[in-house]
Design a protein around this ligand. Structure first.
Ligand SMILES: NC(=O)c1ccc[n+]([C@@H]2O[C@H](COP(=O)([O-])OP(=O)(O)OC[C@H]3O[C@@H](n4cnc5c(N)ncnc54)[C@H](OP(=O)(O)O)[C@@H]3O)[C@@H](O)[C@H]2O)c1
Length: 345
């Protein structure tokens, strides 16, 4: 029997990490997942994935402790680095994001890993006040560090420094590296707990947010984000590239209207907090490079539907009996409020 190729996934039990583990196992890889505490009950869901009993191992890793990374990466063909805090508390984020990412890259180079794929963020690209709003973001765009600092966007600040330094080290060390740049990632939660990007919609379902903000963001399905990491790991020509992983940009009002069309029983806000200014436009982007690698981006109404169903199933919101069922996997019913709305987007 052929020996399975080993891929290490840091932050394996997280929102995107869990989907990456699921996909890697489905494709026959042996997965070495890392967590700060491998036996943490929050990682238990990974053991229920198909192939986990045969091909998953979990190891405890502290991103600031190189020996623990060395043990995790030994013998690995690939490393997908997703582990990261996701908040804006500078004293808790700078070290694990910047030093942690550099440790991953250095140790992967020492260990002879064939390819490293980093999960970066669109926050490393669009935070620049001098950016031309009509030019799509591409792999040449970088956020302005002073702007991130002055606006206290410490997550974007740390991730931008981390990714830039990772590229420098990868070049110095001759390490084969590629980067996936997700936007707001939504969809079914495999993990038992809440994650930052799902909170983005939770507040609109619970009634906590009475209005929506005048902002636009880009969104993507969690399964597509996971597939992007795996395809970028596998594609021979992906080395040295930054792949924007986004399906579409929506104003928050449009997002709320789609949610309300799919789930009219929830108290989803209908008014913008800012009723004076015109709707703010989001950044433009191109996802063609990932399409060229074979990603077919799932439409937004599907991953919003999956996200809400998942929140209901896990008890984060109260399930209601009159929730609509999506009639087809690929498109909403043509007469539904959601489909009328979708056709306007
Ligand atoms: N979700 C999004 O919308 C989105 C968008 C753009 C980019 N990203 C990037 O995608 C990656 C995964 O995001 P996600 O949504 O899957 O996040 P997540 O669900 O919070 O998972 C990230 C994992 O990182 C580990 N982690 C958290 N804080 C840490 C710390 N201080 N030190 C070391 N490890 C820590 C945790 O694993 P343990 O507790 O098991 O150690 C956690 O499960 C991140 O790099 C994030 O920046 C996410």
């Amino acid at each position: 029997m052929a020996v399975a190729v080993v891929v290490c996934v840091t932050g394996a039990g997280g929102f995107i990490g869990s989907w990456i583990v699921k996909l890697l196992l489905a494709r026959g890889y042996a997965v070495r997942g890392t967590s700060r505490r491998a036996d943490d009950p929050k990682n238990a869901h990974l053991w229920a994935l198909d192939g986990a009993a045969e091909r998953l191992t979990m190891v405890s890793v502290d991103l600031l402790d190189r020996p623990s990374l060395r043990a995790a990466f030994a013998g690995c063909h690939g490393v997908i680095h997703t582990a990261s805090p996701m908040h804006d508390t500078p004293e808790e984020i700078i070290e694990p994001v910047i030093t942690g990412t550099l440790n991953v890259v250095e140790v992967a180079a020492d260990a002879g890993v064939r390819r490293v794929v980093l999960s970066s963020t669109i926050g490393t690209m669009y935070m620049d006040p001098r950016r031309d709003p009509d030019s799509p973001l591409d792999d040449s765009c970088w956020s302005d560090l002073d702007y991130c600092k002055n606006t206290k966007n410490w997550y974007c600040y740390a991730k931008t420094i981390a990714e830039r330094r990772a590229w420098e080290v990868a070049r110095e060390r001759g390490l084969d590296m590629a980067v996936v740049i997700p936007v707001v990632v939504l969809g079914e939660l495999l993990q038992p707990g809440m994650n930052t990007s799902t909170k983005h919609i939770l507040k609109y379902l619970t009634g906590e947010a009475k209005t929506y903000v005048n902002e636009s963001h880009a969104y993507v399905h969690v399964g597509d984000a996971a597939e992007a990491h795996v395809r970028v790991l596998e594609a021979p020509g992906a080395s040295g590239r930054r792949y924007v992983c986004a399906e579409r940009t929506l104003h928050r009002g449009e997002l709320c209207r789609i949610l309300a069309g799919l789930f009219p029983e929830y108290p989803i806000p209908t008014r913008c907090r800012d009723e004076i200014n015109p709707p703010k436009k989001g950044y433009k982007f191109t996802n063609q490079p990932l399409k060229d690698l074979g990603i077919k981006f799932t439409p937004v109404h599907e991953y919003l539907f999956e996200a809400v169903k998942s929140l209901e199933d896990k008890g984060f919101i109260k399930k209601t009996s009159n929730t609509k069922e999506l009639q087809s996997q690929s498109s909403p019913p043509q007469s539904s409020p959601a489909s009328k709305l979708m056709s306007k987007l």
